[in-house]
Write a new protein. Structure first.
Length: 477
């Protein structure tokens, strides 16, 4: 749009074939008036005048946010608070707070958004950006940003990927998260289901927790509750799930490494070598053990090994990446481009893995992808939400050149795709067709979504308690 406007400022005597401002103004019926005079320097109104013959449902220059409400879905497979932003022109924007995060992280932003034009996405993102942080704390900012793109696209009658700069692809490759099972047969069935559905890239979880059943496979694990990576009951020396990897001092013995090799070998036999196979959730151990496991896995040509140590240990990541030949990857909890830049600048990982619902939304994630692309680093994307967030990811993936594949955590959830309207299936043979409908390209389907409404929760109830702004937010003096 900027380029288009700057062309209008070209001299009347533009070279042949180039822009001719006088002719444009005559055609536009403005006579001797300049557009700037007519609109008193307001670019939104000027743009609206210029594009008035483009079909759309609203007057973007006058679009204003009038309300924000939420409905919390659960079992999606995790909790997924859905955001609805209303406007003065009847347009509704949909967004989603990241899986497992509080809906209040979005609601607290309402007072900053009321009365604002949702089409100024980047400007509004800067306004709410201070209220996000790494992991789930970014869920509100990112969910709101998704809803702003939905509104901007609907207001201008274009898909979000078009507003991000256009598309590199019209289908987006999904990769299938494959849950563990109590039995090998159960896990094999999960793998087979994904292959049969046509997925072309798989991810499995395997880690040191599977070594706890027999003696002699782990060192210093007995004092930890290593079967619970996500918190749970603390052991006498601390909470394993909340203890950062280097501080557990757990090691894997040669016997333990052999067992992991045997397991991954059996999975490779199931999957074959035509399909890329990545791995995640190894457990909490230090950089030396990470390297030992990484080296042991080299014969299986894994697509990547993920989150071997926390993302913020940049030097440790570089150590691992330099020591093993399997590609390394992290990033699903990182908020903002600046933190990805540190990893990329340090050559600390082979690939990045933002979760758009934590990394900053569609535009920030595209910027992250573009920075990685400039440094020859590919971008896979983490995702574990509903089809609303799926579509936000799909638009970003379509508009970012170095994109590889987007995660799917909802494969085993019945009715998952019914949460939204539009043509089904959304995911076919492991790919999503990039929508051409305006905004995110889907709307919430009340009937399908209500089936997931979290028990004892309300359906987009009024949220007046969040309307008044009562803080001075400037970050500098
Ligand atoms: Mg992960």
């Amino acid at each position: 749009m900027k380029n288009f406007l700057s062309r209008l400022a070209a001299p009347a005597s533009a070279p042949e074939g180039g822009p001719n401002r006088r002719e444009f103004i005559r055609n536009a019926g403005l006579g001797g008036l300049s557009l700037g005079m007519l609109f008193d320097g307001k670019p939104e109104q000027e743009l609206e005048y210029i594009t008035q013959k483009v079909p759309r449902d609203s007057k973007p220059a006058d679009l204003k946010i009038t309300d924000m409400r939420v409905a919390i879905l659960s079992g999606v497979p995790f909790s997924s608070p859905i955001i609805r932003i209303d406007t003065n022109q009847g347009l509704v924007g949909w967004g989603e707070v990241r899986d497992g995060a509080s809906a209040n992280y979005a609601l607290m932003l309402k007072s900053r958004l009321m009365g604002k034009n949702p089409c100024n996405v980047e400007q509004l993102f800067k306004l709410i950006k201070p209220f996000g942080n790494h992991g789930r704390a970014a869920g509100g900012v990112c969910g709101v940003e998704m809803a702003l793109w939905d509104l901007a696209g609907k207001a201008y009658n274009v898909p979000a990927w078009q507003l991000l700069g256009g598309q590199y692809r019209d289908t987006v490759r999904m990769y299938a998260d494959t849950p563990e099972s109590d039995t090998y047969e159960g896990f094999a069935a999960n793998i087979k289901k994904r292959k049969d559905l046509g997925y072309t890239l798989l991810k499995m979880d395997f880690g040191i927790d599977m070594l706890a059943d027999k003696p002699g496979q782990l060192v210093n694990a007995g004092l930890w509750n290593i079967n619970n990576q996500y918190g749970g009951k603390p052991s006498p020396i601390g909470n394993y799930g909340l203890t950062k990897h280097p501080f557990t001092r757990i090691q894997v013995t040669t016997k333990g490494l052999d067992r992991l090799v045997e397991h991954v070998g059996k999975v490779r036999d199931l999957v074959g070598y035509d399909i890329p196979l990545s791995a995640d959730h190894f457990g909490h151990f230090d950089v030396n053990t990470a390297i030992q496991i990484g080296k042991a896995m080299e014969p299986f040509r894994l697509a990547w090994m993920e989150d071997l140590v926390p993302w913020f240990y940049t030097d440790q990541w570089r150590q691992i990446t330099e020591a093993i030949d399997t590609p390394t990857l992290t990033g699903e909890d990182i908020y903002r481009k600046e933190e990805f830049m540190k990893l990329i600048d340090a050559h600390a990982v082979d690939m990045i893995h933002p979760d758009l619902a934590s990394s900053g939304g569609l535009l920030e994630t595209k910027k992250i992808g573009d920075y990685a692309e400039d440094h020859g680093v590919p971008m896979a994307m983490h995702f574990a939400g509903s089809p609303i967030s799926l579509m936000a990811n799909v638009h970003c993936a379509a508009a970012t050149e170095n994109f590889i594949a987007l995660e799917h955590h909802g494969i085993d959830v019945p009715g998952w795709e019914d949460i939204v309207t539009g043509a089904k299936p959304l995911v076919q043979n492991g790919f999503v067709k990039v929508p051409t409908a305006p905004g995110l390209g889907v709307n919430l389907n009340e009937e399908g979504a209500r089936r997931f409404l979290k028990k004892e929760n309300t359906w987009f109830a009024p949220t007046d308690v969040w309307t008044a702004k009562d803080s001075w937010d400037r970050e500098w003096s």
